[in-house]
Design a protein around this ligand. Structure first.
Ligand code: PTT
Ligand code: SF4
Length: 604
């Protein structure tokens, strides 16, 4: 089978050993690539370990479409056992590192063990070296990127962590190209725990493809189709920020720690405000939609904004000035902190201060206060000591009922969509395979445009369908889903691309089965790694059930717990999981995961 090198490069930082392994044809067929490979490797190799110990592994995983001349294909998955959640964690990054890894002849890089001193991995085709990074330790991601480019040239791919990752902050992520970010559930902390500051990759080879000619032609057609789409120009102007105004109008813009869904100063922050403040744009390799919007922030530096960053560091913390949001966002990029979790943690602290639950307070919208907390989070002191492991742990420290408004699922902070009046999106957060993230099933736009308040089976089926496509197919191919989601690029292209790359037809049924297999495996991983697993772990926080919206057109709305529970039961039934959300024997066997069934069976 063509279409990928079928090769893993494995680097053990404890003994310096580098090895190269084949990925079997069976695994390539069953798991496709990206998230599929990562989930399989974690299931097979990382069990019952502390996520910040030598025993954990971090996986950089590309898919069969990564790096090819196809729309938005410069993406890769970074996965590990998460220090933030204790379960499966991953993120998807657009980076030249993804493209170069494929050109160097590898689909996957696995890093294991722990280096005695700060190091980085440099890969150039066949050659893989572990190099000294003592001079980089303590530096920001931007400084480290500059330094590594000076050493290795600008034509390389670089993934780097900042001081937050080095100090193992629970929501430290991985940064590339001074503004691409991935690995919300603490993938940066895992790198830090291994004393691994960065990965530098350069590949000069060709990515193997079954029908190169056909692929090139279809790729060109794809890029042309995207450019001709009705929404393309607007996308180029606003990128992901085009959703901001829509969220406010529909009462789902997270405001004051998800207390409300509308923000009275939203016009100061929305996509039109962004257009005025914008000085440049950039994005991921091989993409003609370049959606990284760069503004000049309140400290006269560049900051790259996406919707989630502005939602969580804007209305969610009462910040009403886009250029000030830009300052916090840039600090997060420099230090290597996830902006979504950061915005949630800051909102939590502000609410705790307002309620008089913590001594040193911080007020809504206080820029200087936020800057200090961010610096302290990285150093684990002051208010940072409360939040450095995310809101779940913060609420354990603050107590006094604060767990009701610690906005997370399974320990991962909720991204920027309020769900007081969106039961389907709440279910999506509840059942996302990494904790509360919108990436797998952004059902909210479908939900609001159809029957918003229903708890129907159709809605639950929609969540599952999106999880299969976004969480299964896109995360495993591995390409950016935004051409399809945002400008309506034809979904029918992707099976054709896969066929041209691998020489094998893939039906819709197989695509759905792939998604279900990956979901069942990741779910099994959570259960194996969490002895205290329960159905409650698939619930969003109490705030959305207990406290109604008090402002906007939907004031008075909140989620209904009993009806959410009914949706969850329907969801389990569709997936073939039992009433506790545990995949059943027949389900696992039907998905070709009989070996998983045996292990789960022993846990009972
Ligand atoms: C993603 C999460 C998101 S989702 C955003 S904005 W978004 C935040 N961005 C951050 C940032 O920036 N700096 C920072 N320090 N932390 C940040 N944390 C937040 O991280 C990103 C785009 C976006 S922008 C989205 S929706 C889409 N996500 C995709 C995905 O998940 N899979 C896929 N196949 N395609 C996707 N395309 C889009 O990619 P995490 P990126 Mg990111 C400054 O990884 O962990 O899932 O966190 O990768 O290259 O930056 O592209 O409105
Ligand atoms: Fe990257 Fe945006 Fe292009 Fe997706 S659309 S590949 S996130 S630049």
């Amino acid at each position: 089978m063509k279409g990928d090198a079928g090769k893993i490069v494995r680097v053990n930082l404890s003994d310096g050993k580098v090895s190269k392994e084949e990925i079997s044809e069976e695994v390539r067929k069953k798991f496709l690539g990206g998230r599929g490979f990562a989930a399989k490797i974690l299931w097979d190799e990382v069990s019952s370990v502390d996520p910040l110990s030598d025993g954990n592994k971090i996986i950089f995983s590309t898919g069969p479409l990564t790096g090819l001349p196809l729309p938005s294909s410069g993406k890769m998955v970074i996965a590990s056992k998460s220090p933030l959640t204790g379960g499966y964690g991953d993120g998807n990054i657009g980076s030249m590192a993804a493209v170069h890894l494929r050109r160097a002849g590898y689909d996957v890089l696995i890093v294991e063990g722990r280096s005695e001193r700060p190091c980085y991995i440099a890969i150039q085709d066949e050659e893989v070296k572990i190099l000294d990074a003592r001079d980089l330790w303590g530096r920001t991601t931007f400084e480290a990127q500059d330094n590594l480019e000076a050493k290795h040239g600008r034509n390389v791919g670089i993934l780097v962590i900042g001081p937050a990752g080095e100090n193992m902050v629970g929501f430290a992520n991985v940064i590339s190209q001074r503004g691409r970010a991935a690995g919300r559930p603490g993938m940066g902390a895992v790198m830090g725990s291994k004393n691994l500051k960065a990965i530098v990759v350069k590949g000069t080879g060709k990515i193997p493809v079954f029908d190169e000619e056909e692929l090139r032609e279809m790729g060109k057609e794809g890029y042309r189709e995207i450019k001709g789409k009705e929404n393309y120009d607007f996308w180029i102007r606003q990128g992901t920020m085009l959703v901001f105004e829509w969220c406010n109008e529909n009462s789902c813009l997270p405001t004051n720690n998800f207390r409300e869904g509308t923000f009275r100063f939203s016009k100061r922050l929305d996509g039109y405000a962004l257009e005025k403040a914008k000085v440049d744009r950039k994005g991921c390799p091989l993409c003609n939609m370049q959606c990284g919007n760069i503004i000049n922030d309140a400290e006269n530096k560049n900051s790259e904004l996406d919707y989630e960053n502005v939602g969580m560091l804007g209305p969610n913390i009462g910040m009403d000035d886009l250029r000030k949001v830009g300052v916090l966002n840039r600090m997060a990029d420099e230090l290597g902190l996830d902006t979504i979790s950061l915005g949630s943690c800051l909102g939590f602290l502000m609410e705790a201060s307002e309620k008089g639950l913590i001594d040193a307070g911080i007020a809504w919208g206080d820029l200087d206060g936020c800057k200090e907390v961010i610096e302290h989070t990285v150093k684990k002191k002051g208010l940072g000591e409360i939040i450095f492991e995310g809101v779940r742990r913060a609420s354990e420290r603050v107590a006094s009922g604060s767990e009701d408004w610690a906005m997370h699922v399974k320990g991962l902070e909720i991204s920027a969509y309020d769900c007081h009046a969106c039961p389907g999106m709440a279910l999506s957060y509840g059942t996302s395979p990494i904790g509360a993230h919108h990436k797998d099933a952004w059902v909210i736009s479908w939900e609001i445009s159809t029957d918003r308040f229903s708890h129907s089976k159709e809605k639950v089926e929609k969540v599952v369908e999106l999880q299969r496509l976004r969480g299964g197919l896109f995360e495993s191919m591995t390409t950016c889903r935004l051409p399809w989601v945002e400008v309506d690029f034809g979904l029918h292209w992707y099976p054709k691309y896969l066929q041209a790359v691998r020489g094998q037809e893939i039906s819709q049924e197989e695509i759905f089965k792939l998604g279900d297999r990956i979901y069942a495996l990741i779910r099994s991983y959570w259960i194996r790694e969490n002895r205290s697993w329960s159905r409650e772990m698939d619930y969003p926080p109490s705030r959305w059930f207990e406290e109604a919206l008090s402002q906007g057109d939907l004031r008075g709305y909140k989620l209904d717990r009993a009806r959410y529970d009914e949706m969850l039961s329907m969801y389990y039934e569709i997936r073939g999981w039992d009433e506790n959300g545990i995949p059943q024997k027949e389900t696992l066997e039907g998905l070709g995961l009989g070996d998983v069934e045996l292990v789960l069976g022993k846990n009972d």
